[in-house]
Design a protein around this ligand. Structure first.
Ligand code: ADP
Ligand code: MG
Length: 686
């Protein structure tokens, strides 16, 4: 079968499973192969009960001394199993699993795996997984992949489908020549896929990851080169004249712009008034005040009679920008006529907005990627600003750029990108860097602690809320899933738990699985001060600005990349009050504490990114990811920067020998590049 075959053809995949796969955007064999594990579990030999510690996921083996319950406790019905090995005893609690009573027999030997907590003086294993010996020992042989799932689907089902697909699929010719594979020490594409899904060792995972990251960079750079003409300097179709509006706005502000802001604005203004089209990146740490610079650029366009667009990566952020702009218009009498365009709006609302954009009645269009949909026709789009640009695919940015007559392009990012990478990624994009934060900010106080610190933290939340402030709590997971072994906190259970500790606090949760309008409502309530504590996944990471929030607590901090933690921390410390960031690690391992300690010692985004690279072991790539950075599926621009450079070198070598890749020796390569481009076009049109 070829790779485009529908997964429905696979043995063992019925209509129901196919539907579940559909939810994960897996419809063909190829989709399935490129659905990479998000982590691997190394099932270790069972440990003696006497050696287990609270806070860790452990495996124990022993004889069942007693099965008691079920006992009702709130919405739970609990069965308690007492397990013995030698002289040591461990209690395990099963929640809402009445059938356990039928399966477990007192006197039998079992293996239990689950998270250990402290209940009074006693250790307790909660919601363990139960194994028979043979079943468990089979798992200890190899790393076991874990996939991102949807309700009703297990990692086992995904693995089974993959196994069938490998038997059935016909892989085309390997796109890289033998020489290239040797030179860059790469596995073949097919081998890499086999090893990423069915590794026999940690080294298999590393090798597979290396090949797949390399090819991801390779295709990405090829795509950039193909569109190279975009970044060479183009004539200015929208030449501006500096107006009094921007000066007036700057003078009316209650604060003085920082030196970095002033410089960036000068550069932008002179670009837009020059003979060539602007193509500029503003790089500035979180909180450095990039939004103001963007608004100045947009205001210059509006006061010159043109339209401008501001594109944000999430609806929440788009709505926030829209609100800020409306406030500014009221306060400073700006000549903006703004509209908001986001995917979750009603069709009739959208139509109205489309009409305003087409007629030119709107001169500032704020939104998500809904801005680049075909239906949007601009009257005279002169400048496009993309916020937190690394979240967008290159294609998306370009599609927007093509909407008008090559407008000025301004991209804003808080991601510290090393200079060499910036050149590979952006070519001739000019750079304005804002190095300082606005004056008067009190530095954030940081703590890196274990889970035993929680009760003190909750007391502290209470004090801060009483003082009129607000709190963010970040958990790595949106909801608990079947495969959950309790190691990672999820926002739903966590906010319930928090309510029992802080019954008077107004607590809400937010995750990426919620509908757009719901998310927006929750964010709005938090930003209006109607919620005290927001328990959220990293969906709030990008750009949210609530100056009244003074505490950020991050659960399972060890599971995030340092740069990502730094971005999260940037959500607080935005007002004049002292702010705090508490990083909770569920493992108090020396190495992990050293890595997180970097955040305590410095506030410099560049330094943090490079330290992260140094302190991360090769085994840490999965689980700890700078998730979402540049929208790469598997590659990571920091830890794989050497691969990025090799891939760039290879692209240059290939193109200098055969500029259009028309030679017959390059035909397999050309085909796979075309396929990649086609797919990324599909992706950006979703
Ligand atoms: P980011 O660069 O992370 O996008 P924002 O643009 O959201 O940062 O700015 C963060 C906050 O700082 C906003 O409330 C903004 O009004 C404020 N701000 C921006 N520039 C200054 C300045 N020069 N002095 C004081 N506050 C400023
Ligand atoms: Mg921002």
């Amino acid at each position: 079968m070829n790779l485009g075959t529908s997964v429905e053809h696979l043995k063992g995949v019925g209509e129901k499973t196919a539907k579940l796969f559909q939810k994960l955007h897996i419809s063909t064999y190829e989709d399935l192969f490129s659905y990479f594990p998000i982590d691997y579990i190394n099932y270790s030999e069972p440990a003696p009960i006497s050696e287990i510690k609270p806070g860790y996921v452990c495996t124990v083996r022993g004889v069942v001394a007693k099965v008691s319950g079920p006992v009702k406790a709130g919405r739970y019905s609990i069965i308690t199993v007492t397990l013995k090995d030698g002289l040591s005893v461990l209690e395990a609690a099963f929640f809402n699993q009445p059938y356990i009573k039928k399966i477990i027999k007192a006197g039998g030997y079992y293996i239990l795996r689950g998270k250990i907590s402290l209940k009074g003086q006693k250790l307790l294993m909660s919601s363990p997984k139960l194994f028979k010996d043979e079943e468990y020992y089979e798992l200890t042989k190899y790393p076991v992949p874990k996939y991102s799932l949807t309700a009703g689907l297990t990692s086992k089902t995904v693995s089974k489908a993959l196994k069938a697909a490998f038997v059935d699929a016909e892989f085309g010719e390997e796109c890289f020549s033998e020489d290239i594979l040797l030179k860059y020490k790469l596995l073949s594409h097919k081998e890499a896929l086999e090893k990423i899904h069915f590794p026999e060792s940690d080294d298999d995972i590393l090798q597979a990851r290396r090949r797949l990251s390399f090819e991801e960079f390779f295709y990405f750079i090829m795509l950039l080169r193909k569109n190279k003409s975009l970044s060479v300097s183009m004539p200015n179709n929208f030449k501006m004249i500096e107006t009094a509006d921007t000066k007036r706005f700057l003078e009316a502000l209650p604060f003085k712009p920082t030196a970095g802001q002033n410089k960036a604005w000068k550069e932008i203004c002179s670009d837009m008034c020059s003979d060539s089209c602007m193509n500029r990146l503003i790089q500035g740490d979180v909180g450095s005040g990039k939004t103001l610079i963007a608004l100045l650029g947009l205001l210059l366009a509006a006061s010159n009679g043109y339209q401008g667009a501001l594109m944000a990566p999430t609806e929440v952020l788009a709505v926030q920008h829209f609100k800020t702009v409306k406030d500014y218009i009221k306060k400073y009498d700006l000549c903006f006529k703004p509209v908001l365009l986001i995917g979750s709006m009603k069709q009739s609302e959208k139509k109205e907005v489309y009409a305003k954009i087409e007629s030119g009645e709107a001169n500032l269009i704020i939104g998500t990627h809904a801005l680049i949909q075909e239906k949007v026709v601009y009257k005279n789009l002169a400048i496009v600003v993309t916020d937190e640009q690394h979240r967008f695919g290159v294609r998306q940015r370009q599609a927007l750029a093509f909407k008008g007559k090559e407008p000025h392009i301004l991209v804003m990012s808080a991601t510290p990108i090393p200079r060499t990478l910036a050149i590979i990624l952006y070519g001739d994009l000019k750079l304005s860097a804002i190095h300082e934060l606005p004056a008067g900010r009190t530095p954030i106080k940081n703590a890196v602690v274990g889970t035993s610190y929680r009760p003190s933290a909750y007391k502290f939340f209470n004090d801060q809320i009483k003082a009129g402030h607000q709190v963010y709590v970040i958990c790595p997971k949106a909801l608990s899933d079947e495969e959950d072994d309790g190691e990672l906190e999820n926002v739903i259970d966590y906010s319930e738990k928090l309510k029992t500790y802080l019954p008077n606090a107004r607590i809400e949760y937010l995750n990426g699985k919620m509908k757009g309008p719901d998310k927006t409502d929750i964010m709005n309530r938090f930003s209006n001060g109607q919620t005290d504590i927001l328990v959220s996944t990293t969906v709030i990471e990008v750009g949210i600005n609530v100056p009244n929030a003074t505490v950020m607590m991050i659960e399972n901090a060890e599971r995030f990349g340092l740069s990502q933690l730094h971005q999260l921390r940037g959500r607080v410390g935005r007002g004049s009050a002292q702010s705090y960031c508490i990083f909770i690690s569920s493992k108090e391992d020396d190495k992990i504490m050293e890595r997180l300690g970097v955040l305590k010692d410095t506030n410099d985004g560049f330094k943090i990114a490079s330290e992260d690279l140094r302190l991360r072991g090769p085994g840490d790539f999965f689980g700890v990811r700078q998730s979402g950075e540049f929208a790469f599926k598997i590659a990571d621009i920091y830890s794989d920067s050497d691969l990025l450079e090799s891939a760039s070198e290879l692209v240059d070598a290939l193109l200098s020998d055969d500029a259009k890749l028309l030679k017959s020796k390059n035909s397999a390569l050309r085909e796979s590049i075309d396929r990649y481009i086609e797919q990324s076009e599909l992706l950006s049109s979703i």
